[in-house]
Design a protein around this ligand. Structure first.
Ligand SMILES: *[C@@H]1O[C@H](CO)[C@@H](O)[C@H](O)[C@H]1NC(C)=O
Ligand SMILES: *[C@@H]1O[C@H](CO)[C@@H](O)[C@H](O)[C@H]1NC(C)=O
Ligand SMILES: *[C@@H]1O[C@H](CO)[C@@H](O)[C@H](O)[C@H]1NC(C)=O
Ligand SMILES: *[C@@H]1O[C@H](CO)[C@@H](O)[C@H](O)[C@H]1NC(C)=O
Ligand SMILES: *[C@@H]1O[C@H](CO)[C@@H](O)[C@H](O)[C@H]1NC(C)=O
Ligand SMILES: *[C@@H]1O[C@H](CO)[C@@H](O)[C@H](O)[C@H]1NC(C)=O
Length: 586
């Protein structure tokens, strides 16, 4: 926890004033203990999400893409060909097969002929000038205010010229452990070619599965080749029987987050996506039984009120999906009962400790979210952070595959709302990687972004972040317009910074802390409280302040006053009844 300190003189004067008045109360607070409400959310790195701050960037990408066209050089033939030994299980797969070979050097191919007829698949290798950020740009013009977002093309083979195949064999590039190995465009290209071939040319068995054999030093991308479909793993060989329907959907989505995986609902029907069909599949009751919304609470009860409000907001959207809450024993029985009343079906979990975390740190158990993948009685989960409220029905998201989410910054997604597919196998992979993967921000968001580098972009209105990165009046006007719109234009608001229930209801207390002011919006704050006010008294009582929190709030207000913060929120008289001693909670 870092608090900005403007100058020594000010602090001394300030401390003296406060001490003289509140000596007994504040004595413990001068060295304020770490409190969960102050931790920067994993999303604190979000950049500007407005058109104005990305105009230039966007153009340069386009220019670059054009230049690339002219720069593609033919591949120089490889000098040293290494022979890859055929996997021992290959003959068990079948005899007299038609085998499609992707990215296998000719020399490698010879010995395979004993098992059938091999067909090399020709394709143009993606240009060196093409990098990951072209596919996963930080920002796209989602609302199509001045442009239509598009993806650069990744060269693909002429699929039509090939006959159907019994098995697809591909050699996947893997630069591990070179930095950035996971976000390599050539690696993605070969994955996509293998996946497309499997869908378009692979023979399907009665279970609608098709055979894919991959050679790779690192695990093939789980985003395309599901962990559950892995049948055999021998050395560097990975044998999948891929679920064609699921794979087909994935390859039909954009190749990166360079365009939305889903057009904005308001804007008619896109050529690529038949929304009416999607809507039918989403309203099918038999599927709905195996789909749920979920969130996780562990280690502290600071977000109980948030989870209650989230459940209530979800129910108001009319969803028929289950609401699943994973909690550990840090939540008292009374609070559990309130959470159940609010609409959650509660499941107990044990926390997952991060083996590398120092003991006692706030994110010591930050791997607990992995438990979501153990909800294998559901096919799909929409995970929603407990500091989010939902304003419009989100059921359509169940149509999308893992990993679908909203952009955060650079090439990464925000983990506040995620479409995930539970799987014991995926869970195990996440657990096994605990020691290896370095999270850029020490949060689950950083970790998951290293695992699922190939993700599908949902419109930001599905998880609209409450932050004002550009710090301009235009940004404030546009965003506050959206936060306040009624009927709502946003599907969900993500309350970054200090949470509404940790403030007085009179104003957004992010205003009172210098480094939290980028998260301050009274309009969004009011929106949350409106939802709160509609809840049952028993649920509302879970949103009271603790004694400690009230002290912190008053402290921050006073400090803001001493600093003379220009917005003058600290001058507002508090009318919130929660300030009264008789309404505090433990
Ligand atoms: C990718 O392209 C961007 C924009 O042109 C550039 O800034 C960046 O350095 C490139 N990255 C790599 C790894 O080449
Ligand atoms: C923290 O670490 C110490 C020493 O390594 C150990 O004795 C103690 O049990 C640990 N505490 C917890 C809560 O794990
Ligand atoms: C996943 O593992 C749990 C036990 O760890 C088991 O109860 C469950 O049936 C498994 N799910 C599947 C789909 O195999
Ligand atoms: C959890 O926190 C530790 C530090 O306590 C950090 O090193 C680690 O990367 C974080 N875990 C995840 C999942 O990001
Ligand atoms: C936002 O802009 C105002 C005035 O334009 C400036 O005083 C303030 O420091 C800026 N805040 C941040 C966080 O950049
Ligand atoms: C706040 O309350 C004080 C005393 O109760 C009063 O003097 C002051 O005018 C009030 N300020 C506002 C902005 O209402």
């Amino acid at each position: 926890m870092v608090k900005t300190t403007p100058s020594k003189a000010l602090i001394i004067r300030f401390n003296l004033v406060c001490l003289s008045i509140f000596l007994s109360v504040y004595a413990t607070l001068l060295l304020r203990p770490p409190s969960p409400v102050y931790f920067n959310n994993a999303a604190s790195l979000v950049r500007c999400s407005l058109h104005e701050c990305h105009d230039k960037e966007e153009k340069s990408i386009k220019m670059k893409a054009v230049l690339e066209e002219a720069q593609v050089k033919p591949e120089s033939p490889k000098k040293h060909k290494t022979k890859i030994k055929m996997p021992s299980f290959f003959s068990e797969i079948g005899k007299g097969m038609k085998i499609g070979m992707v990215n296998m050097d000719e020399y490698d191919v010879s010995e395979w002929s004993t098992n059938g007829e091999t067909t090399p698949i020709y394709f143009e290798k993606v240009s060196h000038f093409f990098n990951w950020t072209d596919l996963f740009p930080e920002w796209i013009d989602e609302e199509e205010e001045s442009d239509v977002a598009s993806c650069p093309e990744i060269p693909m083979p002429e699929f039509a010229q090939y006959e159907s195949m019994d098995v697809i064999v591909a050699k996947l590039p893997c630069m591990y452990p070179k930095e950035g190995w996971g976000r390599n465009v050539f690696r993605l290209q070969v994955h996509l070619i293998a996946a497309n071939l499997a869908v378009k040319k692979g023979k399907k068995d009665w279970k609608w599965k098709t055979k894919v054999v991959l050679w790779s030093k690192c695990r093939p991308m789980m985003e395309l080749f599901r962990c559950n479909d892995l049948v055999k793993h021998e050395g560097d060989w990975w044998y999948y029987e891929a679920d064609v329907k699921r794979l087909e959907q994935k390859v039909s989505l954009p190749v990166g987050s360079c365009t939305l995986a889903l057009p904005l609902w308001e804007q008619g029907i896109d050529k690529v996506y038949d929304l009416s069909k999607i809507k039918r599949s989403v309203t099918s009751m038999s599927k709905a039984k195996h789909e749920a919304y979920a969130t996780v609470l562990h280690s502290s009860d600071g977000y109980v009120c948030g989870a209650i409000t989230l459940a209530q907001s979800l129910l108001q959207t009319g969803t028929k999906r289950d609401l699943i809450l994973l909690i550990d024993t840090s939540i008292s029985t009374a609070k559990r009962r309130a959470l159940a009343t609010a609409g959650w079906k509660i499941r107990f979990i044990s926390r997952i400790r991060n083996p590398r975390a120092k003991n006692g740190t706030y994110n010591e158990y930050n791997y607990t979210k992995f438990r979501l993948w153990q909800l294998t009685d559901y096919n799909k989960i929409i995970f929603i952070d407990a500091d989010i409220i939902v304003l419009r029905n989100l059921d359509i998201l169940f149509h999308f595959p893992q990993m679908s989410a909203v952009g955060n910054d650079q090439s990464i997604f925000n983990s506040g709302v995620m479409v995930i597919e539970p799987s014991n196998c995926t869970f195990q992979v996440l657990m096994d990687l605990r020691d290896d993967v370095v999270s850029y921000n020490g949060g689950d968001q950083g970790f998951l972004n290293e695992i699922f580098v190939w993700w599908h972009r949902l419109p930001r209105r599905v998880n609209f972040l409450k932050n004002f990165w550009a710090n301009t009046t235009l940004e404030a006007r546009v965003k506050n317009g959206l936060f306040g719109s009624d009927p709502p234009k946003l599907y969900a608001i993500h309350y970054l910074g200090l949470k509404p229930w940790h403030c007085y209801r009179d104003y957004d207390c992010n205003w009172d802390i210098e480094d939290q002011r980028v998260y301050a919006s009274d309009v969004a704050h009011q929106r949350w409280w409106k939802l709160h006010d509609g809840m049952h008294e028993r649920l509302k009582s879970m949103c009271r302040l603790t004694k400690k929190r009230r002290i912190e709030l008053n402290w921050d207000r006073m400090k803001a006053g001493k600093l003379g913060l220009p917005d003058e929120h600290w001058k507002i008289n508090i009318t919130d009844p929660r300030k009264s001693g008789s309404l505090l909670m433990d």
